[in-house]
Design a protein around this ligand. Structure first.
Ligand code: NAD
Length: 511
């Protein structure tokens, strides 16, 4: 086919228009919207500001009804891709990062006071990490293929409106991390937050919306329902306007989202084992394990939850743990702690980290994320300094090994050799394929464990924290999607692939 100059110009124009649609390049320039004054930082009893489903100014992204949150989120996303450029997304994200950094102490304190979980200073660090190390638009890539037949590009386009569910263990941090990734990809998001953190969540959502609008972005790109329940979550699942579901929490949540019939990204429970072999740098192993297992009182899903140490180095390893501040519980002290930190599963129900109703114990929720010192105080052990972590020597079947207990109590199991360590560690991880750590100087040992355990995150000779960019290379995430396979989620996880083809010469038969 012979093409005229005019035909070629028309084709180029059509590709440019397609690209513009895909990237959301607007005809008009970014509009300026006045900032909204925020409510003062407070928690628990503070009334939550409620947004309206209209375009009225004064909305803070917090809505009485889920339908309203979905409605405004849907409209906000349409405006976001129609009226704003890719560079506007970066401006908006930078404003969100700065707003969080400026209020990281306030946010940490609010979450700490509302949830009564974890440690203040670690929550400050988690907010900082989420604000600084969550990737923005740089995470998006366009794939281009060119050749005799023309040019084809594959772009990462937004899903539209995302419905996201957050855990109590990282409530505001997950909102920040999800928001940055989802907005970078051109989406809007409606959250069904954990009810036990709804006040802090409402505050951070107000803060984010204010930052977005101050930067000139649209209203209500990020929203939530004021009183989240399982019913409001069902509305999110059922709404045809919500195109993607993202859930961070335990196995019940992941199962509920996967049953929804729409695309779902599930970030579920872990029970990360650590192996310490006979070649390990034992001092580094002890320091790293204490850092990871005591951080925020072991609330993190990636945190070291049980150790398998080779018999040959077990005594030296425990010496190093004690030397670096851990407290060893004797048999009687351990029994005392179990009497209040665990609950017998008399009803044979599934709960917490497992969907298995045959588990002998559940974790007593009121002791999740509490300071090691509080456990000691309760059993009458007085310490005049801060104890970051309690340790105990137990066998493989002990409930502290089997349960994702999320308390600063780390069980240590002696094993005779590496084969046994790997076998036990794989069983203790319960097929979550979440996170595992190993301390070893032997590359073959490291490789054998990594291949056997198949976790989304595998950390060698460092703390679990390195696996989410805390003292380790790579970006961070608060949503580690093991069950559905997206892994360390970021902006590109929240995109759809779209192919755009410019064929040269149309259809031709070879030869
Ligand atoms: P959770 O499962 O109790 O709650 C998480 C969210 O899901 C909440 O908003 C809750 O209201 C909702 N939910 C709970 N059960 C539900 C059900 N059956 N149907 C529908 N919704 C449900 O978890 P949590 O106590 O808030 O957080 C701790 C858990 O989350 C741990 O298991 C931890 O490992 C996991 N977690 C995983 C990641 C990850 O990235 N993989 C990150 C943080 C926490």
């Amino acid at each position: 086919m012979n093409m005229t100059e005019e035909d070629i110009q028309r084709m180029i124009q059509s590709v440019i228009e397609n690209l513009s649609e895909t990237k959301g390049v607007p005809e008009k320039t970014t509009q300026q919207i006045k900032p909204i004054p925020l409510k003062p930082a407070s928690h628990e009893s503070a009334p939550i500001a409620v947004g309206r489903a209209s375009n009225a100014k004064g909305d803070h992204g917090v809505f009485e009804n889920m339908e309203d949150a979905i409605e405004v989120g849907y409209s906000a996303q349409l405006s976001y891709v129609r009226d704003f450029q890719l560079k506007d997304r970066e401006t908006i994200i930078e404003a969100v990062r700065q707003a969080i950094l400026a209020e990281k102490e306030t946010l940490a304190e609010m979450v700490y006071k509302e949830t009564k979980l974890g440690r203040m200073e670690d929550k400050v660090a988690k907010h900082e990490l989420s604000a600084l190390k969550t990737p923005g638009t740089e995470d998006l890539n366009t794939l281009a293929m060119s050749g005799d037949d023309g040019l084809t590009i594959v772009e990462q386009a937004p899903f539209g409106l995302i419905g996201a569910v957050t855990p109590v263990t990282n409530p505001t941090e997950t909102i920040i991390n999800n928001t940055i990734g989802m907005l970078a990809a051109g989406n809007a998001v409606v959250f069904n937050v954990h009810p036990s953190a709804k006040h802090s969540s409402a505050y951070v959502i107000s803060l984010i919306n204010n930052a977005i609008q101050t930067a000139g972005g649209p209203e209500n790109l990020v929203s939530m329902v004021k009183n989240p329940t399982l019913d409001t979550m069902q509305q999110l699942i059922d709404s045809p306007k919500v195109k993607l579901l993202v859930g961070t929490g335990g196995p019940g949540l992941v199962r509920a989202l996967l049953k929804s019939g729409k695309k779902a990204i599930g970030a579920g429970a872990g029970n990360p084992p650590v192996i310490v072999d006979d070649t390990a740098d034992l001092e580094n192993a002890a320091k790293s394990i204490i850092a990871g297992a005591s951080f925020d009182n072991n609330l993190l899903c990636i945190a070291e939850k049980e150790v398998f140490v080779l018999e040959a180095v077990a005594d030296d390893f425990i010496f190093q743990m004690l030397h670096h501040g851990a407290y060893m519980l004797d048999h009687q002290e351990l029994e005392q702690i179990m009497s209040f930190a665990l609950e017998e599963n008399k009803e044979q129900t599934a709960s917490g980290c497992s969907l298995d109703p045959r588990r002998a114990y559940h974790v007593a929720k009121e002791w999740v994320g509490k300071d090691a010192n509080l456990f000691l105080e309760k059993i009458g052990v007085k310490k005049d300094h801060d104890v970051p972590l309690l340790i105990c020597e137990v066998d493989f079947h002990h409930p502290f090994v089997q349960l994702e207990q999320m308390m600063p109590i780390l069980p240590i199991v002696r094993v005779k050799d590496l084969d046994q360590a790997i076998e036990k560690a794989v069983l203790a991880e319960h097929g979550n394929r979440h996170t595992a750590m190993m301390h070893s100087q032997n590359i073959d040992h490291l490789t054998r464990f990594a291949r056997a355990i198949e976790t989304t995150i595998f950390v060698k000779n460092a703390s679990s924290l390195a696996g989410v960019g805390f003292g380790g290379e790579g970006h961070t995430t608060m949503t580690i999607a093991g069950p559905t396979g997206e892994g360390i989620t970021s902006a590109k996880t929240f995109t759809r692939q779209r192919r755009c083809v410019l064929a040269e010469g149309g259809f031709r038969i070879i030869g």
